[in-house]
Design a binder for this molecule. Structure first.
Ligand SMILES: Nc1ncnc2c1ncn2[C@@H]1O[C@H](COP(=O)(O)OP(=O)(O)OP(=O)(O)O)[C@@H](O)[C@H]1O
Ligand SMILES: [Mg+2]
Length: 146
């Protein structure tokens, strides 16, 4: 998986610290587990982890792993996670793409916004539409583990 953003980016020193579980810039907690946990998971499932960043430009995180590995945790509910991201961060442009041997499902919040006009993504009708669209699209391409 790759997660790429065009946010604040990080300098070299921060990029090293970010892989430490006791580094976070969130002032309501003392640990920052997102990056270290992803790295540890990838490395314990025959995979690898890479992070690169440029101040003022953004960050790219890539993790590869063997999904069938005995130490690989369940993927979780990808459909609900994506829905929460879209609805909860309505002003952020999110592009999502999932590829498998069954094909690809991709969506871009900018395009959906163009279709729904001024309505917030949390509007019940828009949410229902998004939910159906995501469930249908991912059902086409998700591959259950053997
Ligand atoms: N994409 C990013 N762009 C800029 N800064 C980042 C990015 N990802 C992580 N950071 C910085 O690294 C810190 C640690 O990141 P990490 O994801 O490990 O933990 P967290 O986000 O602080 O907490 P958690 O993921 O446990 O909720 C963040 O608090 C932030 O300062
Ligand atoms: Mg995090």
């Amino acid at each position: 998986m790759t997660v790429e953003d065009d946010g604040t980016g990080m300098d070299r020193r921060t990029l090293v610290k970010v892989q430490d579980p006791f580094f976070t810039s969130k002032n309501f907690k003392k640990v920052g587990l997102g990056i270290p946990l992803l790295k540890a998971t990838a490395q314990s499932c025959r995979g690898n982890f890479r992070i690169s960043s440029r101040v003022g430009h953004g960050t790219k995180v890539r993790a590869r792993l063997q999904k069938s590995h005995v130490d690989c945790p369940p993927l979780g509910d990808l459909r609900e996670t994506l829905l929460s991201l879209l609805v909860g961060f309505d002003r952020i442009n999110i592009r999502f793409a999932y590829q498998s041997e069954k094909g690809e499902f991709a969506l871009a919040s900018e395009e959906i916004r163009g279709q729904v006009g001024d309505l917030h993504f949390s509007h019940p009708e828009i949410q229902r539409f998004l939910k159906g669209y995501i469930h249908e699209g991912l059902a086409r391409v998700l591959v259950p583990l053997a």
